[in-house]
Design a binder for this molecule. Sequence first.
Ligand SMILES: *Cc1c(COP(=O)(O)O)cnc(C)c1O
Length: 427
Amino acid sequence: MKYFSTRDCSRELVALADAAFMGLARDGGLFMPERIPQVDMQCVEALAGQSYADMALYLAKLLFDEVDAVALERVVRDAYDFQVGLRQFDDKVSTLELFHGPTHAFKDFGARFMGRMTGLLNNGEELIVLTATSGDTGSAVAHGFHNVEGVRVVILYPDGKVSPLQEAQMTTLGGNIHPLKVAGTFDDCQRMVKSMFRNAALREKVRLTSANSINLLRWIPQSFYYFYGYCAWKRQTGGDMPTVVVPSGNYGNLTAGMLARRMGLPIKGFVAASNANNVVPEYLLTEQYRPRKSVQTLANAMDVGDPSNFERMMSLCGGDVKALQSEVRGYECSDEQIAAAIAEIYEKYGYLSDPHSAVGYLAMKACGESGFYLSTAHAAKFGEVVEPVTGVAPELPESLADAVKRERHATKMGADEAALADFLLKM
Ligand SMILES: *Cc1c(COP(=O)(O)O)cnc(C)c1O
């Protein structure tokens, strides 16, 4: 399999390792697979009945066909050693729980696969993964690359501006994970990281790559859990052709679902569930794409005003907005609705929901169709939202409770490019 950029009309093809280490294509576009392999759904259903890893391996072999099968199996089994659950609320509404990984958010599915594949493609050479985070991505990347041989991870985060839980998840791993606590804002962190990638003198001495969310090694494996969700849902409810609701921000998740559907997964259609940041739902209604500054909401991992994966969405539809409208519907809601939904889910079902997943619940109810919505994070990661609304403090999963207790290690740094370059050179 080779890859082309969404912005390249001539569809010049790039090898997997090149696309993976570049992250973004040179023309600023996003990488797409040159062809979409077709699955045998009977085979998928049988494997999903065995384990997530068995099913994921079958799909990974179709998509990453040039990677050695034994090595790929090691990547997949090592990445997917945790549970995926389906919870049925009533005859129409179920949710696929994607928050049982090490950082208790669905980003573990992409980050763990990327960490291990990067290690494999890199072949043991010295490599530094450099990334800036406002919180959640950093912890998923840290855990995704923890103990990957030959790879060191440098994560910049703004001092005092990430939650204590997020900081604990990034700073208690040790080993090949090097957190830098920057005296500045997230924008400072991002500016520092970008300047390292532009620093030719530095890049001659140090091999750098980013763990950007648009990296195809993070994006493609997110298509796998749609297959698993479908199989679990079909087994549990006896239904066929579910509608799948995806709480969305940067739209990596939803576009991975669109990829799964093109591989032959029988999904009726998608709902793009958003908070007040409604650029895509608005586009689906008006056919006008109006990127803008994001507004802060209770579901803050979905606060995106110009989603990077919009290009992938359009590419998968061949640029045809009508085709997109027939596959994806939009939904948007306010913070008040999110809070009310968290309360409703708890009152009706005794189930604690995080704010992002609650947006999915609202959209599922609103569309009136049967299917499942994706639960993207564990309620305990957003206790400050969930507790006031339900009166119940969600219990921290064991691994989170452990991380909070452990000693934190981070190197302090000013918001200064030269200091970062120096740090990287001395590593
Ligand atoms: C990142 C994230 C989202 C949004 O996913 P996209 O792929 O960016 O659309 C939703 N919920 C949670 C908890 C997240 O961390």
